[in-house]
Design a protein around this ligand. Sequence first.
Ligand SMILES: Cc1cc2nc3c(=O)[nH]c(=O)nc-3n(C[C@H](O)[C@H](O)[C@H](O)COP(=O)(O)OP(=O)(O)OC[C@H]3O[C@@H](n4cnc5c(N)ncnc54)[C@H](O)[C@@H]3O)c2cc1C
Length: 390
Amino acid sequence: MGAPAFLAWPFLDAVHRELHDRLAPIAGQVSMLLSDVHDERPETVDCSVRRIVGILGERGILSFAMSPAPGVAPDVRSLCVVREVLAAQHGLADFAFAMQGLGSAPIGLFGNAVQRERYLPRVASGQLIAAFALSEAEAGSDVAAMATEAHWHDGAWYLEGSKSWISNAGIADFYVVFARTSAEGGPKGITAFVVDSNTPGLEIRERPEIVAPHPIGTLVLSNCRIGPDQVIGEPGQGFAIAMATLDVFRTTVGAAALGFARCAFDAALQRARTRRIFGGTLGDLQMTKAALADMSLDVDASALLVYRAAWLKDTMKGRVSREASMAKLHATEAAQRVIDACVQIHGGAGVVRGSLPERLYREIRALRIYEGASEVQKMIIAGQLLKLPA
Ligand SMILES: Cc1cc2nc3c(=O)[nH]c(=O)nc-3n(C[C@H](O)[C@H](O)[C@H](O)COP(=O)(O)OP(=O)(O)OC[C@H]3O[C@@H](n4cnc5c(N)ncnc54)[C@H](O)[C@@H]3O)c2cc1C
């Protein structure tokens, strides 16, 4: 199946097909920027993310990642189309786009008019870079175990704690930070705040190098004073805000994985057609045929699950936790298999640093961990099934 054939599926409308066409030249422009990226030099990675955000803002693409009206989620099918196309170019292009959406969605979905006006237009134009700070060193999958606290004193909130693995840490202009505001344990008593990066008491420490580099780091909050106008939604609503945000973006992680998988599949198919071996081509061999069939099945099944979940979210408007988890789980796990098979089909050429299969092999790995590891997705799917009437 050629990549754009899925655009004719009934889950998608004319606007999605037009968006896909519009993205081709923009993806090409972004891709040229990425030739300057050197994975071992974090400053080139930071710089490229800023420049990609700028281009995507200028060309009107970031607005597809944003909430169009108070309390309204972005169109998830558009988010998926953009993520799929950009991921097929380079993981950093997808990353730059997706984080503008994830980092601003709590404001778009739950923020007040002043917050929306202050942040959203400039996130959409690429002038402000957004970040979403939920995880902590001791609270990743078990997010409700978070220890960061906010105390109310003399008309202001004081944040104390640290947030780990925060994408865009160091280059973001603001962070949506989740902190505990009451003694109630677990998911209760968590509040969401928007914190500008120049707020005294906010510091970036540790910027770990990860397998497929992107800006990431630890946020340390010490006696960080913020006004009551920086609470998103109501105090105590933070856990629901985080989960509602993830309910929109989880499916789109599957779309990014699909972009990587399609790219790997196309490269494997091309290699199978052209590589001379044993007096014929690699594609003449039965085991290569079986590998290609498995890859194609994985790609199509992922696409069906991703666009089903996106369509459901857009048309039903409510929570789609089970379908979003199924899309993310299947698409990320399947992409890992497809990319591994692509490396295998390329033989030694597939493990050369800087080659396409090698880059995809590094890029896919984190998607099976962030926004809920695969095991967490299984817990969500089973939990939802068990809630259904017998
Ligand atoms: C590249 C990258 C970018 C990230 N960006 C952000 C960001 O922008 N903002 C943010 O807040 N966080 C971010 N994170 C953090 C991410 O969400 C956490 O890493 C993730 O939730 C897992 O948490 P953990 O790393 O603490 O692993 P743990 O919670 O310790 O889990 C470790 C492993 O345990 C297994 N596991 C978990 N739950 C279960 C279960 N119920 N049953 C069986 N096994 C289980 C899984 O295999 C999991 O991978 C990012 C992480 C990465 C790697």
